[in-house]
Design a protein around this ligand. Sequence first.
Ligand SMILES: Cc1cc2nc3c(=O)[nH]c(=O)nc-3n(C[C@H](O)[C@H](O)[C@H](O)COP(=O)(O)O)c2cc1C
Length: 331
Amino acid sequence: VNVPDATDPQAARQAFDTAVAVAGRAPSIHNSQPWRWRVVGAAGELYRQRSRQLQVTDPDGRLLTLSCGGALHHARVALAAEGWVCDVRRLPAGGDPDLLARVHLLGRSAPSSAAVRQAHAVQLRYTDRRPVTTTRVDDSALTAIVAAAEAEGVWLNLLRPDQVVELAAAAEYAMRTERAEHAWLAELAYWTGGTRPTGTGVPDSAIPERATETTVPSRDFGHPGALAVSAEHDRAASFGLLFGAEDAPLGWLRAGEALSSAWLTASELGVSVVPMSAPVEVTPTREALRRLLSRVGHPYLVVRLGIADTDDGAPPLTPRLSPAQITDPPG
Ligand SMILES: Cc1cc2nc3c(=O)[nH]c(=O)nc-3n(C[C@H](O)[C@H](O)[C@H](O)COP(=O)(O)O)c2cc1C
């Protein structure tokens, strides 16, 4: 490790310019991108941006923090691909309560090929809400995806068919509960639909044109989108549940890092991932997922895994805020 490099402020700033841009591509709840970066010397600080929190859907900030964990992992991947060796402090004590992580550059060495591959996978990753094909994800890919999640200190449980039935019931109940609330519908309308020139939210191009045939109901965006879907049923999909020891910010942050790690690995292997957060957004269904886990942990997020049907190509990439919009000015 070439330590002096890390003390060069210009090298650090360049490293974080890249890392912040890559982290900006991370997935987030409703593409809200609830993060902000500040570069201080040889460290990059990640803050939660409460003005982009979904106050109705996510009052406790679970999904906000999980989304920020995804950005943190994307930044770590970008730095590792440039050979940076980092020390990451999560929820560092003292000071700003919105500070989620501080990434210190320690020095530089040759990047590993795994890091370079993961950084490349950032460009391949996207959410494909269309039904998956009838080809099952093979066991070796599932094993690699689970290992990638669990390397981040969070469990990823693949659900048995009987558990998928319970999950489907929970997802259905959660969405019915949410749809009955005016404030929730207003928040959904604020973040989704249209063309989204302002750089946040889920555009119609990423929303199916009609309800898809699914085992576990997927997010109801409240209106048809513009994404053409086949008549297939996603019967061959696998479902997983990310869970961990604590229903608190450190667990949620790590869950986001695990989601990113699993998703980048999945993207490398040609496996499509769709997060499904409705059952964790509603308290009774979050409890139902906890029972599904025999109460050994707290549920963070459901994921659907499958082989995407790319015959019609992929939907256009969803928009993002510019790096300048998510970085504090120096000083
Ligand atoms: C914590 C979290 C929860 C999400 N929940 C859902 C969901 O319930 N349904 C869904 O279709 N997409 C969900 N997504 C996917 C986001 O909508 C998606 O990542 C975002 O719109 C950006 O699009 P992209 O992944 O194509 O880059 C979720 C993403 C995250 C990080």
